[in-house]
Design a protein around this ligand. Structure first.
Ligand SMILES: [Zn+2]
Ligand SMILES: [Zn+2]
Length: 154
């Protein structure tokens, strides 16, 4: 048994482990187009996205102070700009924490790829855009700072 060689191999294994680990970590912090289980921050964030909902061409009002009750939800609205969604998180924040569907759950309204409120996608034209670009992610879309999200049903 040659001990120096064993130690050498052990040392090499640690180096490889550290390299692979750090690569994985930096990748995890990058945006994953699927938006699942991606770590966005380790020390919280305060982001804003603008949400516009149009039903048959009419803008549907989004209430102020949603999510601000006895339980202060990290996703909420204030009485500042109508439709401005505040995301105020502490600690670890993952992409799925910012799913658009979470906002609708807090609001107590239905929103998924099948439709919005009582309106069924298959009975009309149901679309969603982010900064003007069509999105098929609907409730799974992970909101980003500065997004302008438009949901339309007609
Ligand atoms: Zn706030
Ligand atoms: Zn804010």
């Amino acid at each position: 048994m040659n001990k120096p060689i064993l130690y050498g191999a052990g040392f090499l294994a640690v180096i490889v482990f550290l390299l692979v680990g750090s690569t994985w970590w930096s990748r995890a912090l990058e945006r994953d187009p699927q938006g699942t289980s991606v770590l966005l921050s380790q020390s919280g964030l305060h982001w804003h996205a603008k949400l516009i909902i149009r039903i048959n061409g009419e803008e549907f009002p989004i209430p102020a102070n949603l999510g601000l009750g006895v339980v202060h939800n990290p996703i909420h609205t204030h009485d500042d700009e109508p439709g401005l969604v505040h995301m105020e998180f502490g600690g670890l924040v993952r992409a799925e924490d910012l799913a658009l569907g979470k906002f609708f759950k807090i609001w107590g309204k239905r929103f998924d790829s099948g439709g919005i409120f009582e309106y069924e996608a298959e009975q009309g034209k149901f679309t969603m855009t982010v900064d003007g670009v069509p999105s098929e992610e609907f409730e799974n879309y992970s909101m980003r700072d500065g997004d302008v999200i438009e949901i339309s049903y007609e």
